[in-house]
Design a protein around this ligand. Structure first.
Ligand code: GDP
Ligand code: MG
Length: 457
């Protein structure tokens, strides 16, 4: 199919990094860009994402040196709202990131921290391009803020000791990245983007450097990754979340990266009990803040074009699984084919995971979070003998119980961000299968390691 780099879609961007580095603040600041004139050109809240239009990017990048607003070709950014490690795992579809570009936030006062390094590893493994926001520069001694200046010009105007502190902290962080095998350099000094990742100093709190950050992302995505951003009609959509909304029933939140979705489209997606085929009844996006009234929380659309985030209303979504693609079927034959395809994709993904003959049973809400959890178990040398996604059913407990005869310490289920059916729990209690349930990977790991220690004593 003909691809044109003249017709680019918005790059999908996500924010990640260690807790408290300022990910949420950064999102808020980027979102606030044009709050004063939230009419045309305003930033719009979408399902699980924020649409930042090109006008807002231009406005914020006015002061950035060498930035050429007239050469902007992307229609804006689509920034995924859920930052943090766990949700980033959910953004991975079959080991691939849904994001076109990531912002890795590092606190200049703290340098690289545990989750920074994990995020970095995920990015490198997936080959995802990213920029580093060296955040909280306002905490440098004697720093004075000016969000309306190019950050590099502005840093030069700081007192000598402030510049010196910046330099020292920056160099320390460059060395920490080097320890991870990653070369980094300030974005205005980066003449070799193939070898060096760019760093932009920012204050998410005060807005300093955020223009440089946005300018860097805009220019890099539309030049280096223009091919990937060429809008095509071929559908590329991922189910991000399955949610029950009072009055609407079970809905799915979908990030539509490419192509179009229309009301009445027949869609095929993966469910915990096999493929689901259903018809789109409504395509919803949140109403702009000032328009929200009771019962009118959402705006209805007939058609949506990527890249955008949307809530889909349809029948039979109760068993839908997040983290997997959504397809549109144009004919019944195609629907049958896509059902097979969706079934095959899931079982292929689950089968391709290397398991040990003896080990724990692992269950997670999405394929992405399952993969992330397994990576952690590997580093902790905790073997797993079986995996599944979706709620824990009695049949999962039955499979986990097989370990009772081999190695009783492994007769357990590590359940990550999933429900446990009552019947499954009762059966587990009766059989002596332990179920650990948590929403945070570390907690699961801790609980299991503690339990294993207890067994040894
Ligand atoms: P997250 O856990 O990464 O989402 O971090 P938050 O955005 O919640 O920020 C954590 C704390 O750091 C909050 O108290 C923020 O107000 C503060 N913070 C975030 N960005 C900055 C910044 O640029 N400068 C300063 N001084 N504080 C910041
Ligand atoms: Mg946060």
């Amino acid at each position: 199919k003909a691809k044109s780099t003249d017709n680019l879609r918005a790059p999908v961007i996500c924010v990640l990094g260690h807790v408290d580095t300022g990910k949420t603040k950064m999102l808020d600041t980027i979102r606030r860009t044009n709050v004063q004139d939230n009419e045309a050109g305003g930033i719009t809240q979408q399902i699980g994402a924020t649409q930042v239009p090109v006008e807002a990017i231009k406005e914020r990048c006015k002061q950035v040196k060498d930035f050429k607003p007239d050469e902007l070709k992307i229609p804006g950014f689509l920034i995924i709202d859920t930052p943090g490690h766990e949700s980033f795992a959910n953004l991975r579809v079959r080991g691939q990131s849904l994001c076109d570009f990531a912002i890795l936030v590092v606190d200049i006062m703290h340098g690289l921290e545990a989750q920074t390094i994990e995020s970095l590893k995920l990015l490198l493994k997936g080959g995802s391009p990213f920029v580093i926001a060296l955040n909280k520069i306002d905490r440098l001694y004697n720093y004075t803020s000016n969000p309306r200046k190019d950050i590099y010009e502005h840093l030069k105007s700081q007192p000598q000791n402030t510049q010196l502190e910046f330099k020292e902290r920056y160099e320390k962080i460059v060395a920490e990245f080097a320890e991870q095998g990653v070369n980094v350099v300030l974005s205005n000094k980066n003449t070799n983007p193939d070898e060096y990742m760019s760093i932009v100093p920012t204050s998410a709190m005060l807005g300093d450097g955020v223009g440089n950050l946005m300018g860097h992302i805009a220019q890099t995505t539309q030049t280096v990754y223009a091919n990937k951003l060429a809008f095509v009609d071929e559908l590329d959509a991922t189910v991000m979340e399955v949610r029950t909304i009072p009055g609407l029933g079970t809905t799915i939140d979908v990030i539509l990266v490419n192509g179009r979705l229309r009301v009445n489209d027949i869609v095929v997606l993966t469910g915990s009990d096999g493929p689901i085929m259903t018809q789109i009844r409504e395509l919803l996006m949140p109403a702009p803040l000032k328009e929200i009234r009771v019962k009118n929380e959402y705006l209805h659309y007939k058609e949506i074009k990527g890249a955008q985030g949307v809530k889909i209303l349809a029948k039979n979504l109760e068993k839908a699984l997040a983290g997997l693609p959504l397809f549109v079927a144009n004919t019944l034959d195609e629907a049958e084919y896509l059902k097979e395809e969706s079934k095959a994709q899931l079982s292929k993904a689950l089968h391709s995971i290397k398991k040990k003959s003896e080990g724990v049973y692992v269950q997670a809400s999405t394929l992405g979070s399952l993969e992330a959890l397994l990576e952690f178990l590997n580093t902790q040398k905790i073997p797993y003998s079986n995996v599944n996604i979706g709620p824990v059913h009695k049949k999962d407990v039955q499979k986990a119980a097989a370990m009772l005869e081999h190695k009783a310490e492994f007769a357990c289920i590590l359940a990550f961000d999933v429900k446990i059916e009552r019947e499954a729990q009762l059966f587990a209690d009766r059989e002596g299968v332990k179920i650990f349930q948590a929403d945070i990977i570390y907690h699961l790991e801790d609980n299991f390691l503690k339990y294993r220690e207890e067994l040894k004593e």
